[in-house]
Write a protein that binds this ligand. Structure first.
Ligand code: HAM
Length: 424
């Protein structure tokens, strides 16, 4: 294995791209602020059991995709494959539910899944997630959808669609589970190995299977929405009314079950027309039983996670979110020796004021330095030669307007003011 290649399914974010990431992060913070979500940061790894219990033993993620290892103290540790279970753990451990409810939290950071890498599917990827804990109000389900949509819109993204379903609660799922087992029984031999294994343990997981032959069988499977109990049906109709009220178009997808066991009632996915097979740019749902499952008080909750790489891919293919690449505020050209020393002093003074100042480190000719300043797109240029050094004054040139001004090199207040004014 070449030392110069990164592990499969990972990415470097290099200058030129990072500006877009930072701009997106800023938009995320703006939209979270508007919706009243506070940031929470959890460790990159957790005890494996958190995910086994939280996400569910019979899910693809837990069965096949986790980066799990034993640490030197013989504990089983897992790199977080998602952010909801860790956030719920942190909510309980830090007693965040002791004040007024709901508690609205967001996170942003890397997740790890051992998946087959392809465009838009990585082994390390970034999620922005928002979670609201402590309310069963369907209005909160809809706000949880509205928040990422506001983000997508603020980035200028178009061509996405919300898919919506309700998968009920443990009480309505009992009858549905029986119906599913009954439906799949005659097809058992044609199901993939994983589905055969899950049929008794968790038949709803079969609906999520990506194997083509299984998907063909699923087409005629009974749909959960026909088995919802009165409370779940009422909740779902509340969600749809608020979506209508908000003017958020959506498509009902009764086959949307999502790959986590913690979901109850509302589930949703947002798909982009810009992406190929990995077209979900975000997804989420309600998880009213998870806080209790992890060891807290019964607490209804709902959340959503945006796949940041996929969102950026979709935006790039639409030519949106172009971060401007500003150049330095000032380029200081010099003739080496004492003139370089003076340039270094001026640079140091201006940098402490937060201005971006560049200078030459290779003792190149002034002509070459001017070329470098141009290439970097520096706003101002100042040349320090022997005369400038002797007089302690130099001419600063605004490369945009062509205007020039003579400034002191001893007391650089004037220079700081000229360059700083344009940096605002
Ligand atoms: P998820 O559907 O597994 O849900 O992931 C959410 C989003 O993360 C996906 O829609 C996709 O954009 C992105 N994503 C997932 N896997 C990958 C990957 N391998 N490579 C690149 N992007 C990926 C969750 O993780 C839930 N925790 C969402 C949630 C929050 N539910 C409630 N609250």
């Amino acid at each position: 294995m070449a030392l110069t290649s990164r592990p499969r399914g990972t990415n470097d974010i290099i200058p030129g791209d990072i500006e877009l990431w930072l701009e997106l992060e800023e938009k995320i913070r703006q939209v979270c602020h508007a919706f009243g979500y506070k940031e929470l940061r959890t460790p990159l790894f957790e005890h494996t059991e958190l995910f086994q219990r939280g996400i569910g033993d019979a899910t693809d993620i837990v069965e096949k995709e986790m980066y799990t290892f034993e640490d030197r103290g013989h504990r089983s540790i897992t790199l977080r494959p998602e952010g909801t279970a860790p956030l719920v753990r942190a909510y309980i451990e830090n007693n965040l539910g002791s004040g007024s409810l709901p508690v609205k939290l967001f996170y942003y950071g890397p997740m790890f899944r051992y998946e087959r890498p392809q465009a838009g599917r990585y082994r390390q990827f970034t999620q922005f997630g928002c979670e609201a804990l402590g309310s069963a109000d369907p209005l909160l389900d809809v706000e949880t959808i509205a928040l990422p949509l506001a983000l997508y819109e603020s980035c200028g993204l178009t061509g996405f669609e919300v898919e919506l379903n309700s998968i009920g609660c443990p009480s309505c799922r009992g009858a549905y589970r029986e119906k599913l087992i009954e439906f799949f029984a005659p097809h058992t031999d044609h199901l993939c190995k994983s589905c055969q294994g899950r049929l008794e343990r968790n038949p709803m997981r079969l609906l999520d299977c990506k194997v083509e032959s299984c998907q063909a069988i699923m087409e005629d499977a009974p749909v959960i929405t026909e088995y919802l109990c009165t409370d779940c049906a009422h909740h779902f109709s509340g969600v749809r009314s608020y979506l209508d009220e908000f003017g958020i178009p959506y498509k009902l997808n009764p086959r949307l079950v999502r790959g986590f066991d913690y979901y109850t009632r509302t589930v949703f996915e947002v798909v982009s027309s810009e992406l190929g097979s990995q077209n979900a740019i975000g997804a989420g749902g309600r998880y009213d039983g998870l806080v209790e499952e992890v060891g807290g008080k019964p607490t209804p909750a709902v959340g959503y996670a945006v796949g940041v790489e996929r969102l950026l891919l979709a935006l790039k293919s639409q030519g949106k979110l172009q971060a401007d690449m500003p150049g330095p505020n000032l380029y200081l050209a010099h003739f080496g020796g004492a003139t370089k020393m003076k340039a270094a002093y001026v640079a140091q003074t201006l940098r402490k004021q937060g201005l971006w100042v560049e200078l030459d480190y290779a003792d190149r000719s002034v002509k070459a330095q001017m070329k470098a300043a141009n290439k970097l797109n520096s706003r101002f240029v100042l040349v320090i030669g022997e005369d400038e050094l002797a007089n302690n004054r130099a001419v600063v040139r605004d490369m945009q307007s062509g205007q020039e001004a003579s400034v002191s090199l001893d007391d650089v207040g004037e220079l700081t003011k000229i360059v700083g004014e344009c940096a605002k």
